[in-house]
Write a new protein. Structure first.
Lengths: 261, 261, 261
């Protein structure tokens, strides 16, 4: 049992998970794949897990472990990959992502990766929250005081979309304004920069190349640096696969090049 | 138990589910996420579920609850999202989708979203059918009398594809004619308009933008109105995520604009 | 029980599975969907399974059953479709794919379809390996003697990518060289031609059209014939859905036409 716990902790990539590994073994994480499992199918994969990913990727200086957890959890939810979610939701808490932030990430991705993806994430996250004794009073309320809205920027966005598509799908245009940009994006318990990082990660992870330019620009307007964006993409190569990262690469390049300064 | 059943029924979005909620609680739906689960991770998500989605989206007049169920089930199967399938296959029956139509939707998506997606849908649907005592005699036979074929239109389609791709992948071109357009599409227990609605929904839900123009035009030839198509897209924004809907939006616009009249 | 085993064997598509059906019924495959399940939802789907797919597709001469298994397993892993994996990993062994080759396929797709896809495949494959008494000594070591590297070709690739993207995402460019092309691709227990077949299948199966030209050319450089590539695409129409295959078709055509001779 101790060996198993150590193995799980090892694959969770950081020693900070270790303190919780005892509970984890009788928790959601116990359905997860262990390093022993990995080795029994591919000794090489164990080498890459411990060397390349744990020993190198997560330690790169361009993006904090907290941000890497946000990127990873967003990718897993966007791709509906429940098998790795318990491990990474737990690791996200260990890496400093607050329960309220995780709550907002799930909520945000209900809209940016589809309702059922959020429901699958709820099923995992509620167990992790129960195990960590995270109760509703630590979560953002249903209707908090919203962040102030940049009316000019939002008016420009809304007018552009309405002119292009208002006659095509008026309901969708209206929901985009009311539910997304005047409600979801103004929720205060996930900083706009982090909300943008979640969005861009989900877009890359699900191959939504056409939606990247708007949201990568928004992310950088919200404070994500160019180096952080590039590191998030590098991180996603591992968690969403090389083809998704490579298809996003020329789009990132063009956004970087077109931005002033 | 009663509270749980009520909660499940509430999240199934329509009171018509209520009558079956008692059975549902010991059925496939019991693996589903409840509103209590949702609240324990995100009170905001519960607000969106009950307000925006249940209280507003499903009640919009542009598309009937029956059609919304067809769109939702198609999206879930195309995206292989089993966690929400029991709920929505059950709701589809409540909303007037016939067992034979559900059977045809699964069969159709075996070809339009991949064989394994259909197998996952079979695993869910067989349990719902068992619970509702739907037996094989209510299902379409393996080889029914086919709908009449519009020989001229099909000849035009087949010739175009053969000229373009007959020398590239002759097997695929042949199967497209024999299995899809001279067999699957002629099965009478799902109306061509509904079959098209399933196809377009699956394409939007899985990001297959390049295949939308042909099938959206075909859908409208088969009787889907422009308003219904736009509402289906709006509905899919919630069930397949905003990025998929937004990537499809300019394609819908172009198809609408190019159609005569 | 005997009837069930026969049914499972029948759906596994080849008589060679029959010898193992007895074990299979108390194994990973027992979670799979049986032909009885299929029939209880769609008699038509059973007809397509036994007629079109088992009776025709898998017997086409353009691609061997072994190669069809490689294509199918790659598609299932790339699409994270665990429900059909036990059946097809088992069938792959029956069709002559070696345990070490399956191990390499999982390892390869950790990078080409994302880490969590490989973890889900590990969970299935370890059970199949246990059932077949395949131990670690039959698997490729973590660090085998690599295949010889074609330095000139690799230098050309690396230089091109570095010029294009070295300033955009230096970490990703470096990992692409070090981890993918100077490590993963040189692992000797999966022939480069088969590794390319896995890669191209995964790209088609997950709609990664933009990445197909490079890898289809590489596949043909590695010995995949034009006829085999076309048959793989035809096969993927069934296992990844017609839209993915149709979106890849013009790309295959262009690659075929541009290749000398």
């Amino acid at each position: 049992m101790k060996a198993l716990a150590a193995t799980i902790a090892s694959l969770t990539l950081f020693a900070s998970s270790l303190a919780h590994a005892g509970q984890a073994s009788s928790s959601p994480a116990s359905n997860s794949v262990t390093l022993d499992d990995v080795r029994s199918v591919s000794p090489a994969l164990e080498r890459f897990a411990q060397g390349t990913i744990q020993g190198d990727l997560w330690k790169r200086p361009g993006l904090s472990p907290r941000d890497r957890s946000i990127v990873t959890v967003a990718a897993l939810i966007a791709r509906n990959q429940t098998v790795e979610m318990p491990r990474h939701v737990t690791l996200a808490l260990d890496n400093g992502v607050k329960p309220g932030e995780l709550s907002e990430i799930v909520t945000h991705l209900a809209f940016y990766s589809g309702w059922a993806n959020a429901m699958a994430a709820v099923a995992v996250t509620k167990d992790v929250f129960a195990q960590r004794r995270i109760a509703t009073d630590q979560l953002p309320p249903a209707s908090p005081t919203p962040l102030p809205l940049d009316e000019a920027t939002e008016a420009r966005r809304a007018t552009g979309v309405a002119q292009n598509f208002g006659a095509v799908a008026p309901g969708m245009v209206q929901y985009t304004t009311d539910v997304l940009f005047r409600d979801l994006w103004l929720r205060p318990d996930l900083a706009p920069r982090d909300r943008s990082l979640v969005t861009v990660s989900a877009l890359v992870a699900s191959g939504q190349v056409a939606q990247i330019p708007y949201h990568l620009n928004r992310a950088m307007d919200n404070g994500l640096t160019r180096e952080q964006a590039a590191e998030a993409l590098t991180h996603l190569a591992f968690y969403a696969g090389w083809p998704n990262a490579f298809s996003a690469l020329p789009v990132f390049k063009e956004v970087f090049e077109k931005r002033p300064g």
